[in-house]
Design a protein around this ligand. Structure first.
Ligand code: AMP
Length: 398
């Protein structure tokens, strides 16, 4: 049986999946993650499609992404000795202004993508390190990159620019938008399960440790809350979200912070963590019930509501609101807060359906259908790999 391995390498984590290729949709065999790469006590977890746990807990030293990949591949070889890996699909955060679809990876194309690393310094180098390591470990497998930016690349010009002198736009300082693999999954899922809504005006809120929202018409992105980097828009686990650029100038000029220190502040110490002073994790904040944790949740849901109103204005109203991501799929509290008082927009939440975590959580009379749909970025990568393999049975990595 032929298989695809999917890799999603973050700054200190590597999520992975193993999928069996079939004539139809790829079938998930196993998924998992290595977390805290390079730290004293790395965490590993993996489970197969039948729910059995293949790994869980702390692992010995995993000093870098190559070591993480070794751990993943050893686990897969041990647990699924008969799998024949014909392709490895990689999540790559940045595809730049031109790329709007998955591409085969070669050593040359990895070098080209490395030129985009200054645009996503905390993600791109790690994504590409994963791709390089996979090429060494699977010299005969095809390598395929799927981009978080690709889904948004054809959005309107007004959503693509900042009001800076034009030369910066030409240099690539644009609003790219991210979480594209998640939005693609939701768009495909709606096309299959709710085709009429899919044709309409949909806002998807991907609320996880990273968070953004996407406005879609006919399943295509027309706007995103994330812009040039994965910092803009909604506040996130530890990222600030929308910020007056004057704050950055103040931090530099008056507080004397260096670029690295500001980056650390905005990416790792802000958002829910910064506001609560407690945690970046929504479950912890919901349980904590301190003034600061309540305020952090309030700011989070306030910003989602604000962006929802803005997107509704651009779309001329909305037909569906979809929650996804770890928080969107699970947090009854956040969904309830986002939807409350949104009757003017046609949103009427069904409290029982919300409490039960149903797929449709609006009332029958609600003009807007509100849904909670689990995302599956790994499946999007596996599908892309299967499609490219079907078109070109043997891609080469030379
Ligand atoms: P993700 O990055 O998509 O894995 O999402 C991680 C976020 O989802 C964390 O903030 C978790 O606390 C949050 N989350 C996961 N499960 C729940 C839950 N049952 N209730 C509230 N938040 C949750």
């Amino acid at each position: 049986m032929t298989h695809v391995v999917t890799l999603n390498a973050g700054s200190s984590s590597m999520k992975f999946g193993l999928f069996e290729l079939t004539d139809d949709d790829p079938i998930m065999v196993c998924t998992g993650a290595v977390e805290r790469i390079g730290e004293p006590e790395p965490l590993v977890k993996a489970k197969s499609s039948d729910g059995s746990v293949l790994a869980s807990g702390t692992a010995g030293e995993i000093r870098d992404h190559a070591a993480a990949l070794d751990w993943v591949l050893n686990l897969l070889a041990r647990s699924f000795p008969n799998s024949d890996v014909t392709a490895v699909g990689h999540r790559v955060v940045h595809g730049g202004p031109e790329i709007d679809a998955p591409v085969p990876l070669t050593k040359a194309s990895i070098q080209e993508l490395d030129k985009l690393s200054p645009f996503a310094p905390l993600h791109q180098p790690h994504n590409l390190a994963g791709a390089r390591a996979a090429m060494e470990r699977f010299p005969n497998a095809d390598q395929i990159a799927c981009f978080d930016t690709a889904f948004h690349r054809n959005h309107p010009w007004e959503n693509d620019v900042f009001a800076l002198p034009r030369e910066y736009y030409d240099k690539g300082v644009r609003r790219y938008g991210f979480h594209g693999l998640s939005y693609e999954f939701i768009s495909d899922h709606m096309a299959k399960t709710a085709p009429l809504l899919h044709e309409g005006r949909v806002v998807v809120a991907h609320l996880g440790n990273g968070a953004s929202m996407c406005a879609m018409i006919g399943g295509r992105s027309v706007g995103s809350t994330m812009g040039f980097s994965a910092l803009d828009g909604l506040p996130m686990g530890s990222r600030c979200g929308q910020l007056d650029p004057g704050v950055v100038l103040y931090l530099m000029d008056q507080e004397g912070l260096s670029a690295d220190e500001i980056s650390d502040l905005l990416f790792r110490k802000s958002g829910l963590l910064g506001l609560s002073g407690l945690s970046n994790d929504m479950r912890t904040l919901e349980k904590a019930d301190t003034r600061e944790s309540r305020q952090a949740i309030s700011y989070f849901t306030f910003r989602i509501r604000r962006e929802l109103g803005a997107m509704a204005a651009i779309l001329g109203g909305i037909d569906a609101l979809v929650f996804t991501g770890g928080i969107g799929e699970n947090s009854r509290l956040v969904r309830e807060r986002v939807c409350s008082g949104m009757g003017w927009l046609g949103i009427e939440l069904n409290p029982d359906a919300n409490a039960d975590n149903d797929r449709i959580i609006s009332t029958d009379l609600s003009r807007v259908v509100v849904m909670a749909i689990p995302t599956n970025e790994e499946l999007v990568i596996a599908r892309a790999a299967a499609d490219l393999l079907a078109k070109r049975p043997r891609l080469r990595t030379a």
